[in-house]
Design a protein around this ligand. Structure first.
Ligand SMILES: [Zn+2]
Length: 476
């Protein structure tokens, strides 16, 4: 038992094999920043911050009497940079086609059900349960059109002790199947402003530390108009100063002639899809309003970007939420990994539930590995295990402009982490304990990390912590 006279109040030590990406490396330097502590210790102070991390054998004397929790592995919490809350029940839905057909047949009808407060309340609790089961401590959550459902999401997230950035999905134009999700342009802006007023940084009042934050979220350019985008730009001018986010979709589906990208270019008359979010939404990509890009902006997919779009995202600090699982599901193609990260744009991972059918971000990382090793010719690459860990954790924190607070286990950050117990998932235990490893110690460490990430399944996640507190799973 700890002697409270010797250890500061509330201090706890977690002893496990610790992996994280230390510091704040550029993508190209990630491998050099991988930390592996085979018998490691993470010290969490009474405020829920990382007080110390290092080898168990070097644990400072002031912590040796603190209570100890043991696990097989300890990782930073996973960050899901793109997940649709109103599609919680729509995973593995047969859409009979690619993006636009799937939206019409599966998604607009399922999202319409969130107008019912009782349904939405249950869905918010279900969504929160799925996040905890998957170890998703932070997420950019694409929201429901209905304020009552957004209220339920924020309440459930606060009760569970998780992080969230979300915003109601804005649609001011759309096909008949989306009719119940549409509002007028004036109403759309009014509802977004109201959500910001009521929920942005509601828990601390400070966007640097808040667990709950709000984003401006048009579903995609086809769901809004030039007028809506102009009005969003005006709203964002002030909201941006308070840390409000911007989030949407970009260059996802390129089916010839009638895919999403062709439809955006055709309806706006722009030269590049990104221009619609960059204030250049008038024909010929002329400037028509304020840009929505920046360090608190992220765009999902970016599968079929022009070089100048990637350069503009890198220049403005806008991140990509890469969603390979979803891209496989909808036949959207593959974001080229090497040429995209080479531009310097930050690439995080998104489940894109429900087009993605997998909540666990490490499995999305596994899909990223598979699709990028399968890219043709010189584009194909075996992503380094440290880069997979980075994409699942620190790059996500960077996409949320919250790298100062979480994403790795550096001392002074909030203690957002996962405990993994391999005995809870027999195949993982088998692969990690009996798998062949290189004789070279450094190579063997990388192999172990790769197997841990790609082989991990939800049952092996034994503890999910945000700011040092264990997430509380709600009853349905
Ligand atoms: Zn999406």
């Amino acid at each position: 038992m700890a002697d409270p006279g010797e250890v500061a109040s509330g201090v706890r030590v977690y002893r496990a094999h610790v992996f994280h990406i230390a510091g704040a490396p550029a993508q190209a330097d990630v491998a050099a920043h991988l930390v592996s502590l085979p018998d490691g210790a993470l010290v969490v102070d009474g405020e829920g911050m990382v007080a110390w991390v290092g080898p168990w054998a070097s644990l400072p004397a002031r912590y040796v009497d603190a209570p100890v929790t043991r696990a097989d592995y300890l990782l930073p919490g996973f960050v899901d940079a793109h997940v649709h809350y109103p599609q919680s029940y729509a995973t593995a839905a047969h859409g009979g086609g690619q993006l636009l057909e799937w939206l019409d047949h599966c998604i607009f009808p399922t999202e319409a059900r969130f107008a019912d407060p009782e349904f939405a309340g249950r869905a918010a609790r279900y969504f929160t349960r799925r996040r905890i089961a998957a170890g998703t401590t932070a997420a950019m959550v694409f929201g429901s059109a209905f304020p009552v459902a957004q209220d339920a999401l924020y309440r459930a997230t606060l009760d569970a002790g998780l992080r969230v950035v979300s915003g109601r999905g804005v649609q001011t134009v759309g096909p008949p199947a989306a009719s119940s999700l549409l509002t007028s342009e004036e109403k759309a802006i009014e509802l977004v402003a109201d959500e910001i007023d009521r929920w942005h940084a509601v828990d601390t009042g400070d966007p640097c530390s808040a667990l709950v934050q709000v984003a401006i979220v048009p579903r995609f350019s086809l769901s809004v108009t030039q007028r809506t985008l102009a009005a969003m730009g005006e709203l964002y001018e002030e909201a941006q100063l308070h840390g409000v986010y911007f989030h949407s979709h970009l260059n996802e589906n390129n089916r010839k002639g009638d895919g999403e990208i062709a439809a955006v270019l055709g309806s706006y008359g722009v030269e590049a899809y990104l221009d619609t979010y960059d204030g250049r939404f008038l024909p010929g990509s002329r400037m028509g309003g304020r840009s929505l890009l920046g360090r608190r902006s992220s765009l999902a997919h970016a599968v079929h970007c022009q070089p100048r779009e990637l350069a503009r995202m890198a220049e403005t600090g806008t991140s990509i939420a890469h969603c390979p699982t979803s891209q496989l599901f909808l036949g959207s193609g593959t974001m080229p990994w090497r040429s995209t990260v080479a531009t310097g744009v930050n690439v995080a991972l998104g489940s894109d539930i429900g087009a993605g059918d997998e909540w666990l971000i490490s499995r999305v990382a596994g899909d990223a590995y598979k699709v990028h090793i399968s890219e043709e010719g010189d584009a194909g690459t075996a992503i380094h295990p440290a880069e997979l860990l980075f994409a699942a954790t620190l790059a996500g924190a960077r996409a949320l402009d919250m790298e100062h607070a979480f994403g790795n286990l550096d001392a002074g950050k909030d203690a957002d982490f996962l405990l993994i117990d391999t005995s809870r998932w027999e195949p993982l235990e088998g692969m990690l304990s009996m798998g062949i490893r290189s004789d070279d110690e450094e190579q063997a460490t990388l192999e172990e990390l790769f197997t841990l990430l790609v082989g991990l399944r939800q049952p092996a996640i034994a503890g999910v912590y945000v700011q040092g507190r264990q997430a509380v799973t709600p009853e349905l």
